[in-house]
Design a protein around this ligand. Sequence first.
Ligand SMILES: NC(=O)c1ccc[n+]([C@@H]2O[C@H](COP(=O)([O-])OP(=O)(O)OC[C@H]3O[C@@H](n4cnc5c(N)ncnc54)[C@H](O)[C@@H]3O)[C@@H](O)[C@H]2O)c1
Length: 347
Amino acid sequence: MSEQPASPAAHTSVGVAVLGCGHWGKNLVRNFAQLQALRWICDRHEPSLQAQAKLYPNIRATSNLADVLADSDVQAVVIATPAAMHYDHARQALLAGKDVFVEKPLALKYHQGQELVELARSRGAVLMVGHILEYHPAVTLLKDLIRRGELGRLLYVYSNRLNLGKVRQEENILWSFAPHDISVISTLVGSAPIQVSTSGGSYLQSNIVDVTVTNLLFEDGIRGHIFVSWLHPYKEQKLVVVGDRKMAVFDDTIREGKLKIYDKGIEWRAGLPMPRQTAETTLYLEEAEPMRLECEHFLACVRERKQPLTDGENALRVLKVLEAGQLSLERGGVPVPLTEIETGVPA
Ligand SMILES: NC(=O)c1ccc[n+]([C@@H]2O[C@H](COP(=O)([O-])OP(=O)(O)OC[C@H]3O[C@@H](n4cnc5c(N)ncnc54)[C@H](O)[C@@H]3O)[C@@H](O)[C@H]2O)c1
């Protein structure tokens, strides 16, 4: 594949370097190339770098981040290196005066995330985190439906993100998969959870859990759970939202009909709970690649000096839940209040 034609909204004025051209980073390379913003690709693994360099012969390629940071044509660095490196790479880029788009999770420690957010703030830099689902047309529409009261009062939200692989060796499944679910569920509920409990099991590597179930408690008694696994026979990415009027299901593994609304619920008749079953409605979604929307949003924020939808504060809210989940996991699944992460003092 070679470079694609420019989009109507070509962002020619913003120069971007993509750091990390692996499994995920190559998609970011493609999108920023299509948006005519790509100036550099950088990967220390020569075969990965060369594979991308062949596809984009007019783009400069290096294995050394310093080359990228020294180039004043590069306004923003997009980081898709392994999660354990996000903190260091984002820090270096911010200190070099660049805007930063970093893949999820922002860092593997809440306090490191705080440091990055503070660094970006003090330098007036744009810091965005790749919580890609927040740019998915299905999530945008679902958020709008909930705000307009279409589902009624939210009661329960849950998400399954299951697959076979990709098994990470530095972060566990909670930190690898659940950032997406935490960001989306918090967005739909309109607030962060107040308490988190997580339990899970390690089967492939000692001390790295492969499967977790995280229970979330929000204000107003709204609850949710997140079930993530990389040791599962098939891919499932399903979000279920239960309201007191209607219910919604977002199934991201099917090509069409990803978002359905079910006019179903329980009605009380003569003191008895009776299921109300009416038709389901499949909603029409904008045909757009979520990553394309995410990349366009980042470029617009850089150009217009705007706070991204998934900015550093958004990433910190997610990190707080991850850290509470991790603590709970280490304590055998007991609930951990989010205030413990903020203050460092057990409740
Ligand atoms: N948003 C999503 O849905 C999603 C999905 C998958 C992965 N990701 C994220 O993307 C990131 C990368 O994941 P991946 O699956 O592509 O991993 P990967 O291992 O396939 O790719 C990482 C790349 O970074 C390169 N790299 C490592 N250290 C480097 C350095 N110091 N300088 C230059 N290059 C370096 C590696 O050589 C490798 O090519 C992770 O943070 C992951 O969480 C996000």
